[in-house]
Design a protein around this ligand. Structure first.
Ligand code: NAD
Ligand code: LMR
Length: 327
């Protein structure tokens, strides 16, 4: 094995998502089966003892690809020269909250972490924000890291895409691998739009296989409220599926999406009329380490109304954190 190790930082590494995510990264699922990694794990001081236990277990797993593990409560140590960063560490919501209710508690975390990324991470770093509300937290981190191109700051809507794929696969009675090109517009919130119009199921257009009432009714509602349904059923927010989606997101960014459309939330450059200054989920393809927004897909009246609803919600979230945006 001759490849130079990648430095991969994970925040909230002793939390529930961290516990599922680290084993997938360490086993090569994300960066490739030949790519060594150095894990740089960040926690807050009360989480450090639990992090020690997580690191003991990682060492006990004897992963051949893991060349070193650093555990710290200092963001500049965790992000030092980092090639990839998973911003997970933050509070999850409880069953009586919306994700946007978390912004007061979690938003400030991403000011300091954005500044630390700006100060010490690789200039080519790829950042995925998982901690909620993830679109707006990504915006906060990005705004506080002016030395890193905005396109390198993303937020995760891949879990929502995977949920949409899972719903279609179950209804059609096929494995999830048969469902392609279903993607999410907008915010990781109840307003999101899982767009079925370009999706296929075993080669057949999703819009021919499923009726519009289901696609714009139960399908949309189930996907967009799945986070709350899991909290109600499990008594805790999704963790293993969230970690899996984070691996899918970063793996495709790193290794390519094989021509498939995937959902990535990133700072808008005005695509589809979505204003700059918000982090919005678009249909994307990943090639050669780049995320490319798929432009010029037709937008019908229903899709436009959902895009508009998400723009409004994200502008409201941005207004609520204007003091955290560093300008
Ligand atoms: P958790 O409470 O189990 O773990 C969070 C960890 O983060 C804790 O160990 C905590 O000590 C640590 N932490 C808190 N503040 C930190 C900081 N400033 N720096 C570093 N670490 C910090 O929560 P979880 O279940 O792992 O969820 C983490 C976040 O991910 C939540 O905000 C949750 O809502 C979000 N989430 C997002 C998605 C998505 O699709 N985008 C899916 C699931 C969960
Ligand atoms: C999810 O979608 O499962 C997460 O964002 C957790 C939540 O609060 O819904």
């Amino acid at each position: 094995m001759t490849e130079t190790p990648l430095r991969v930082a994970v925040t909230g590494a002793a939390g529930n998502i961290g516990y599922a995510l680290l084993w997938r990264i360490a086993s090569g699922d994300c960066f490739g089966s030949k790519q060594p990694v150095i894990l740089q794990l960040l926690e807050i001081p009360p989480g450090m003892q639990r992090l020690e236990g997580v690191i003991m277990e990682l060492r006990d797993s004897a992963f051949p690809l893991v060349h070193d593990i650093i555990g710290t409560d200092n963001a500049e140590v965790a992000f030092n020269d980092a090639d990839a960063i998973f911003l997970v560490g933050s509070r999850p919501r409880t069953k009586d909250m919306d994700r946007s209710d978390l912004v007061a508690a979690n938003g400030p975390i991403f000011v300091g972490q954005g500044k630390a990324i700006d100060a010490v991470a690789s200039r080519d770093v790829k950042v995925i924000t998982v901690g909620n509300p993830c679109n707006t937290n990504a915006l906060i981190a990005c705004a506080n890291a002016p030395g890193i191109p905005p396109r390198q700051f993303t937020a995760m809507t891949r879990l929502d895409q995977n949920r949409a794929v899972g719903q279609m696969a179950e209804r059609a009675g096929v494995p999830a691998s048969k469902v392609q090109d279903v993607f999410i517009w907008g915010n990781h919130a109840n307003t999101m739009y899982p767009d079925p119009r370009f999706g296929t199921v075993d080669g057949q257009p999703a819009t021919e296989l499923f009726d519009t009432d289901w696609l714009q009714g139960d399908f949309l509602d189930t996907v967009s409220t799945r986070g709350k349904a899991i909290i109600m059923a499990r008594g805790a927010s999704s963790a293993a599926s969230a970690a899996s989606a984070a691996v899918d997101h970063m793996r495709d960014w790193w290794q390519g999406s094989n021509g498939n459309i995937v959902s990535v939330a990133l700072p808008s450059e005005g695509w589809y009329g979505v204003p700059e200054g918000i982090v919005f989920s678009f249909p994307c393809r990943c090639e050669n380490g780049e995320i490319i927004v798929v432009e010029n897909l037709p937008v019908d009246e229903f899709a436009q109304s959902k895009i508009d609803e998400n723009v409004t919600a994200l502008l409201e979230e941005r207004n609520a954190v204007s003091d955290l945006l560093g300008n």
